[in-house]
Design a protein. Structure first.
Length: 107
């Protein structure tokens, strides 16, 4: 058995968002999750970003009324700002803005 290796936990695997290898919702966007979201266009919901918080929470105002909140492991304040038009796929936990796609956990 290897000595000195840390047990894999979210805290050890996700110390830096860009290096995250956790495939749970809100972490790395897996190819299968992206493919499933892309293959089911009726599942996308258009929204406007209402707020982006440093803890990863993104508040959305849905175009057809109501609101939603999602969480992403990385701080997306540099990528999204209030007023940005996005689409969220709740079934597969994908957030899209332009050409960018992120895995998100639906809150």
């Amino acid at each position: 058995m290897a000595q000195g290796l840390r047990q894999h936990t979210v805290h050890t695997a996700c110390e830096h968002a860009r290096m995250c290898r956790d495939d749970h919702a809100g972490h790395v966007l897996t190819p299968i999750r992206l493919r499933l979201a892309t293959a089911t266009p009726s599942g996308w919901r258009d929204a406007v970003v209402a707020g982006v918080r440093p803890d990863g929470r993104i508040d959305l105002a849905l175009w057809r009324g109501g609101s939603a909140a999602v969480w992403q492991h990385g701080d997306l304040r540099g990528a999204l700002v209030p007023g940005d038009v996005v689409a969220v796929h709740p079934a597969y936990g994908v957030l899209a803005a332009g050409a960018e796609r992120w895995s998100v956990a639906i809150l």
